[in-house]
Design a binder for this molecule. Sequence first.
Ligand code: TYM
Length: 342
Amino acid sequence: MSGSTPQLAGRILSGIQPTGNLHLGNYLGAIRNWVALQKSFECLFCVVDLHAITVWQEPKELLRATREVAAGMIASGIDPVANTLFVQSHVPAHAELAWVFNCVARLGWLNRMTQFKDKAGKDKEKASAGLYVYPNLMAADILVYKATHVPVGEDQKQHLELARDIAAKFNNDYGVNVFPLPEPVIKGPGTRVMSLRDGAKKMSKSDPSDFSRINMTDTQDDIAGKVRKATTDPGTLPDSPQGLEGRAEAANLLNIYAALTDRTLEQVIAETAGWQFSQFKAKLTETAVAVLGPINAEMQRLMADPAEIDRVLARGSEKANAIAETVLAEAYAAVGFLPRKR
Ligand code: TYM
């Protein structure tokens, strides 16, 4: 039999910060989609520790969370052999290209970034300089591999637009065609998972209330308790998407259910129309436990052998470095830097 390799649709790069616990938003907005895309794309997945320190991280906790994010990706079904799974700080070309991009991106562009405004809060003077130039580093993460597609949650859209602007300006300023413009892949009902307490707020690692999110390490009891306490409204479940207008919490729970079962919002509405929330919450709990339970167990198993995780990540960084160094050299040559003698 002739073993023909299927044609890949492009190259993917995406990343997750090792800050706090992985949660359902990370899983449904990013990781679950990566698992589906890994068959048709060449994929690089990265634990972005350089991004994490743009706000203070306890060193021991950062180290633990770095391995845990890698374990979470593998436990969810990312194949670390077929794909490239690595830690950002192990590939120096990210930071090196980011410096060039600091000189390409305009202050006006960075001033528009809503995530900086949200994270810096009221006292911008006290935010780190790194937090401000964070999007330039993110552009470097993507472009240092000439990635063509970037699967992320909705909250990263503005950063991806900036990465495209940086790629276009670099190419234009230097009269080259080094960087392709990366396409955002933001698809499905899980791209914006909201807090379980407040349907207007994104589910996030930094929310002070642990009841606002389902962590990938939560036990069955934790999940049941959080879903039971999730904010709802006095109605029953609607029979059409229009019936979700002004009902952010109900919409969120239905979107979560749809994403967990790989269905559309319309399909799950057809199943649950007219249900009481109590009945729906029981179903949602059962589904979330069935999906997350085995992942959680596999994460624990992987975390029991950190040396093995480190070996997987070391192999990944070797593969990543090989690509990134070549692209960095191409960018440096375009800029006019004297070639480094090897
Ligand atoms: P981070 O670490 O905040 O989140 C990792 C991924 O999870 C998605 N996500 C969500 N999706 C749906 N609903 C939510 N509530 C939710 N919360 C998080 C994010 O959209 C993301 O896809 N800047 C990035 C990390 C990064 C990156 C990159 C991503 C650095 N370099 C290059 C792609 C390409 C971030 O802070 O993600």
